[in-house]
Ligand binder design. Structure first.
Ligand SMILES: [Zn+2]
Ligand SMILES: [Zn+2]
Ligand SMILES: [Zn+2]
Length: 165
């Protein structure tokens, strides 16, 4: 982990700022690449960014339905594919869910640290680790498609509560 502040979000952080930042980044990125951030794509991204926990497609569909929209599942899946393809979100395979990327548009392999207790996920992108994985893959003539690493454990906030109990 890089020096400086712990990237795990504190309870009191201004999450609205995280959401605004993510949507602003997405708009900038799409405009720069001539992509269309349609209302459904934008709303799905916003729902993924509702918090720092990975969100599943089903959860997103349910929420859209509760808001009175009735998008068909394929519409939502296509929006998710778009967000993954253009690196606005990361797929979290172990949870069958999606989490917002903190530096979209910047090609990187993410290591996603997921808390078993509260479900919060934080990403890091260690270039050394990424290069080492690619080197090992090359050694085996293995063509890498995706190299997201998922790490589970206890986040600092939950670890703190553990001491209190
Ligand atoms: Zn936040
Ligand atoms: Zn990322
Ligand atoms: Zn936690």
């Amino acid at each position: 982990m890089s020096a400086g502040r712990n990237p795990f979000p504190s309870v009191r952080h201004d999450h609205r700022a995280c959401v605004d930042h993510a949507l602003h980044d997405a708009e900038t990125l799409c405009a720069a690449q001539g992509l269309r951030l349609t209302p459904i794509r934008r709303r799905v991204l916003e729902l993924i960014w509702q918090g720092h926990k990975p969100r599943g497609a089903y959860e997103i569909l349910e929420q859209l339905a509760a808001e009175g929209h009735k998008p068909s599942p394929p519409t939502v899946y296509r929006a998710l594919d778009f967000l993954v393809e253009h690196r606005l979100v990361h797929r979290v395979n172990s949870r069958n869910a999606f989490v917002g990327c903190v530096h979209p548009g910047d090609p990187h392999a993410a290591q996603i640290f997921i808390c078993d207790r509260c479900g919060v996920a934080v990403e890091q992108s260690d270039g050394t680790l990424q290069r080492r994985i690619l080197r090992n893959a090359q050694g085996m003539h293995f063509l890498v498609r995706e190299q997201t690493v998922e790490i589970t454990g206890i986040c600092p906030r939950c670890a703190e509560h553990q001491h209190e109990a």
